[in-house]
Design a protein around this ligand. Structure first.
Ligand code: R5P
Length: 286
């Protein structure tokens, strides 16, 4: 088996490589003068099973992913398992307004042209871990919430909250690891940057609240959720997410207790999803 990763997934890739006892394969990356990307796989992949760990935060990462997969395929890789720790465009997963693209489906369909297996971590368009079809494409959704739960295991008198009902199954899987109660808040999105956490009576007085979400993007959701829990009497508020996008930077979280996974490298990426990737490699018998 050969393991490759993009630069943004380098630290995660190194953890995976260490755990399965292998090295990360060489990929040459260059830019042409006009800005176009050049990709060359620097290992002989013909007839080999390949695992590519390639997270995506911007459009360049996506183009690089497609070119890398294509290079692996063109050079005769036998089986390509593509792990996308954070798949961008995942939140536009349906037509909200007539005429829109279903971006999550379009991205998955592109990747599916080249990869034999696709695995993602906590896709927004899926509410549970497991193997699903989305937009006609088979995808393995790996759940990192139990790993976040493991991080908070020592917190006493804890209650886990998801900011909305949609991610409550995920929050529950973390609460099960901590061995505590869980609940959800009620969120209303006003626009891309503004959310309202609507009134809901919570039994949180004197307890330690842990708010867990799949994604922090602008940070608006987490900020409002934390404020609401403090208002209702929480003794402390801890914040955790799988994908730390931080579209508005991380300053708004300074002084707060916050943790993210390493699907995207962030200053708060203290929880690694490497065990999920290693488990996938073992289950797939690669
Ligand atoms: C949406 O439902 C997601 O689960 C997150 O709550 C959302 O993406 C967070 O976005 P933001 O940080 O911009 O509020």
């Amino acid at each position: 088996m050969l393991l490759f990763c993009n630069q943004r997934s380098r630290e995660l890739g190194e953890r995976v490589a260490k755990d399965i006892g292998t090295e990360i394969g060489e990929i040459e990356r260059k830019r042409f003068p006009d800005g176009e990307m050049y990709i060359r796989v620097g290992e002989r992949v013909k007839g080999e099973d390949v695992v590519l760990v390639h997270t995506t935060k911007d459009n360049n990462d996506l183009v690089e992913l497609i070119l890398t997969l294509s290079a692996l395929r063109e050079n005769g890789a036998e089986r390509i398992v593509c792990v996308i720790p954070y798949m961008l465009y995942q939140r536009q997963d349906t037509v909200f307004l007539e005429g829109e693209a279903i971006s999550a489906k379009a991205v998955l369909m592109m990747i599916n042209e080249f990869a034999d297996n696709i695995a993602v971590v906590n896709a927004h368009f899926l509410e549970r871990g497991g193997r699903f079809k989305f937009g006609g494409v088979e995808v393995e959704n790996m759940n990192a919430f139990p790993l976040l739960g493991g991080y908070y295991k020592g917190v006493e008198n804890a209650v886990v909250f998801s900011p909305d009902e949609g991610s409550m199954h995920y929050a529950r899987s973390a609460a099960e690891v901590i061995g505590c109660e869980y609940d959800h808040l009620v969120k209303k999105r006003i626009d891309g940057e503004t959310v309202e956490i609507q009134p809901k009576k919570l039994d949180i007085n004197g307890k330690n609240a842990i708010i867990l979400d799949d994604i922090i993007s602008t940070g608006g959701t987490m900020k409002r959720a934390a404020e609401e829990l403090i208002k209702q009497g929480a003794k402390s508020v801890h914040i955790g997410c799988v994908h730390g996008v931080f579209a508005k930077g991380v300053d708004m979280f300074s002084g707060m207790d916050i943790v993210c996974s390493d699907t995207l490298p962030t200053p708060f990426s203290c929880v690694s999803v490497a065990p999920l990737v290693v488990d996938l490699v073992e289950r797939e018998g690669i």
